[in-house]
Design a protein around this ligand. Structure first.
Ligand SMILES: C[S@@+](CC[C@H](N)C(=O)[O-])C[C@H]1O[C@@H](n2cnc3c(N)ncnc32)[C@H](O)[C@@H]1O
Length: 197
């Protein structure tokens, strides 16, 4: 319900921010134990479809950091930032950061509705099981950059946005080259920001 409301009316998000953050602060210590071991498969399949270099990447709503770490492994030359409203989730994420990725991945508190980055900062903005804020995605992506939205259990995912809604929202913000992916128990959509819009 929250996902649907915020996707349709992003200006409602400030009403939800505090309870959502509190919910994930509470869930943080048990989050990974609740995850299906295959939960990131659609996210990883979407990463594999990205053609071209990625130097700067953002994982939005990174939680305990699995998406950010997957990006770092897939693109060893990339600087990866994982952002989340819940500092407690990020404490868990930092615990998972192995020494070999410590120079490549950083985690910081921030809100997807108002990303603390300049325009045209990233080549990739990724989301796993996260409410999308498409104006911000379009703003922080470089022309030609990629965005992906993965849902670990497809339409059964508690935070889910159907591909038609995502595609419509992305098209009107100048995204092209869509791919819809089904993998494991989940789905993902990958899109590219046009070079010019
Ligand atoms: C369902 S969890 C997904 C976590 C992780 N991506 C995964 O798939 O395991 C959603 C995460 O997004 C964070 N979140 C929700 N709304 C957010 C927002 N507007 N900005 C940043 N993080 C947000 C929550 O705190 C939570 O950690």
């Amino acid at each position: 319900m929250t996902t649907d409301a915020v996707v349709r009316r992003p200006w409602l998000w400030p009403l939800f921010r505090r309870p959502i953050r509190a919910q994930f602060d509470r869930l943080a210590s048990g989050w990974d134990a609740m995850r299906d071991p295959q939960h990131l498969v659609p996210f990883e399949r979407a990463l594999e479809r990205i053609a071209g270099p990625v130097q700067d990447a953002l994982d939005v709503g990174t939680g305990t950091g699995a998406g950010a770490l997957a990006i770092a492994r897939r693109f060893p030359g990339a600087a990866v930032v994982g952002i989340d409203v819940s500092s407690t989730m990020l404490d868990e994420a930092r615990r998972h950061l192995s020494a070999d990725l410590a120079d490549q991945v950083t985690f910081r508190v921030g809100d997807a509705a108002r990303l603390p980055f300049d325009s045209s900062t990233f080549d990739l903005v990724a989301h796993a099981n996260m409410i999308p804020f498409l104006d911000e995605v379009a703003r922080v992506l470089r022309p030609g950059g990629w965005t992906l939205f993965a849902f670990s259990s497809g339409a059964e995912t508690p935070i889910y946005v159907n591909p038609g809604t995502l595609r419509q929202g992305l098209e009107c913000r100048g995204f092209t080259e869509f791919a819809e992916i089904a993998a494991g128990r989940g789905t993902a959509i990958l899109a590219r920001r046009a070079q010019r819009h």
